[in-house]
Design a protein around this ligand. Structure first.
Ligand SMILES: Nc1ncnc2c1ncn2[C@@H]1O[C@H](COP(=O)(O)OP(=O)(O)OP(=O)(O)O)[C@@H](O)[C@H]1O
Ligand SMILES: [Mg+2]
Length: 442
């Protein structure tokens, strides 16, 4: 049921409040109204909202000031700000302050619905999959990782782009945020966009923006992420999924630092550091003519390839300790230690989901453990180390789904996480394999 979603509408203009309420109620959402920022903050103390939509210009406390207060409280509720027609600088200010997005007046009810749906979807994803927002603190003792950090720190102050390669969950976004935080851009936005999550046409307009009327449905001017990240950093996640047309456009951006809004007349100069990330082998994509070689070289000024966790096992105790502290603190639990046997389990496991997987396992262990020592029974590894050893043994029941998962992960480990070989061996397509892995991660 959609009615479980609660949206807070904040506007000093009564007609606007009611119009928004009507639109969102029609869509099945629960709404609460507030006529200024102070009242809105009051409402937020009483109840949790899944999204907030607020006017930027309100007497007393502006929408941006309210947003800053929300952030100070550590709330991650997506906040959409309403800006006046033609006030592009307001939109930029909104994004800089960390708004989820902005919507320009006058807008249609479809536009409000679309943007609120998007915010709710993201909020939902954050609440489930991405509960752990990487902050840019890199915990490691590994020489290869330290070399990467050293290189990244050296190049961070320049505008040179970066390409960060590494398997899923190795810490690519952590490194991207580290670079941003160690650059003079740190007071400006860090914006991330996942190239695999959007259909091609939408990705183009999300990146480059569009003028009003440039295509059906373009009811008002929209700034793209390149413009919204002005002065800051734009992370292009899963760059391998970008189509060739957009790759050509991106190459031009990296050469000229200029973009054209769709339907725009004049190029707009931008000052943005681009960080691209990928968990796919771009060499393969280049050979298959799916990724431009010139773009690869332009992005890969210094090579940052994060090794998988199984190749830096000495980081496992360090990360375990870090996550144990973090989740004990977050959950109001006393400090914990990990038993010798539990640690050897963690040291042996191949970690196909890398640091993210370790983080999830430790979080669960901390929450479920009853005493101060995490023992093997608290460590619930999601798949048996050996299919043979586990299936049917220990009187354990194993569903087809579990078997499939175990087999996929085992084969993947055998092939050193090479997805092409794994898919071939198992007789499934790479896409199917990718979808399955995504499912296991969620
Ligand atoms: N070295 C590290 N120190 C502390 N935390 C880390 C480290 N590496 C990864 N993490 C944590 O692991 C999780 C996954 O990291 P991140 O999101 O950066 O991975 P990723 O490589 O971008 O993964 P994906 O390819 O799936 O997007 C995050 O919660 C992050 O905070
Ligand atoms: Mg990532």
């Amino acid at each position: 049921m959609m009615t479980s979603k609660a949206i807070l509408i904040v506007d000093d203009d009564k007609d606007m409040r009611l119009a928004l309420q009507e639109t969102l109620t029609r869509r099945g959402y629960g709404t609460t109204l507030a006529c200024n920022g102070i009242e809105a903050l009051e409402r937020m103390r009483e109840k949790e909202y899944q999204a907030i939509i607020a006017d930027i210009k309100m007497p007393g406390m502006s929408g941006v000031e309210m947003l800053q207060e929300v952030k100070k409280k550590g709330l991650n509720t997506p906040l959409i700000l309403i800006t006046a027609y033609g006030k592009i600088e307001d939109a930029v200010e909104a994004m800089k302050a960390g708004a989820f997005d902005y919507i320009q007046k006058p807008f249609s009810s479809e536009a409000v619905e679309a943007i609120v749906d998007k915010a709710l979807e993201q909020n939902n994803k954050k609440a489930t999959k991405r509960r752990h927002m990487p902050k840019g603190e890199i915990i490691t003792n590994d020489p290869a990782m330290q070399k990467i950090i050293e290189l990244a720190s050296m190049v961070a102050p320049t505008r040179a782009p970066f390409l960060i390669q590494g398997e899923s969950g190795t810490g690519k976004e952590v490194l991207a945020r580290f670079i941003h935080n160690h650059s003079p851009r740190k007071e400006y936005p860090f914006i991330a966009i996942n190239c695999a999550a959007l259909p091609e046409g939408l990705l183009e307009s999300e990146l480059f923006g569009h003028e009003k009327g440039s295509f059906t449905g373009a009811i008002s001017r929209k700034l793209g992420k390149f413009e919204l990240a002005q002065g800051g950093t734009l992370m292009l996640d899963e760059i391998s999924e970008m189509n060739l047309h957009l790759q050509a456009k991106l190459l031009r951006v990296l050469q000229e630092y200029e973009i054209d809004r769709l339907g725009g007349r004049e190029p707009i100069s931008i000052d943005v550091r681009i960080i691209a990330t990928t968990n796919r082998d771009l060499g393969e994509a280049i050979a298959e003519k799916k990724f431009r070689e010139d773009l690869f070289y332009r992005l890969n000024v210094v090579s940052l390839v994060i090794p998988p966790l199984r190749e830096r096992r000495e980081d496992i105790p360090l990360l375990t300790d870090h996550f144990m502290h973090k989740y004990s603190r977050d959950n109001g639990k006393g400090s914990k230690v990990v038993s010798k046997n539990a640690l050897s389990l963690l040291m042996e496991y191949p970690w196909p989901g890398n640091v993210r997987e370790l983080e999830n396992i430790i979080e669960r262990a901390v929450i479920l453990s009853r005493d101060n020592t995490l023992s093997p029974k608290d460590i619930s590894l999601p798949f048996p180390l050996s299919v043979k050893a586990e299936v049917g043994e220990n009187g354990k029941q194993c569903s087809m789904k579990d078997m499939e998962k175990a087999l996929i992960l085992k084969t993947l480990t055998e092939y050193n996480n090479n997805r092409t070989h794994t898919a071939k061996t198992l007789g499934i397509s790479i896409r199917t394999l990718r979808n399955k892995l995504k499912e296991y991660r969620s």
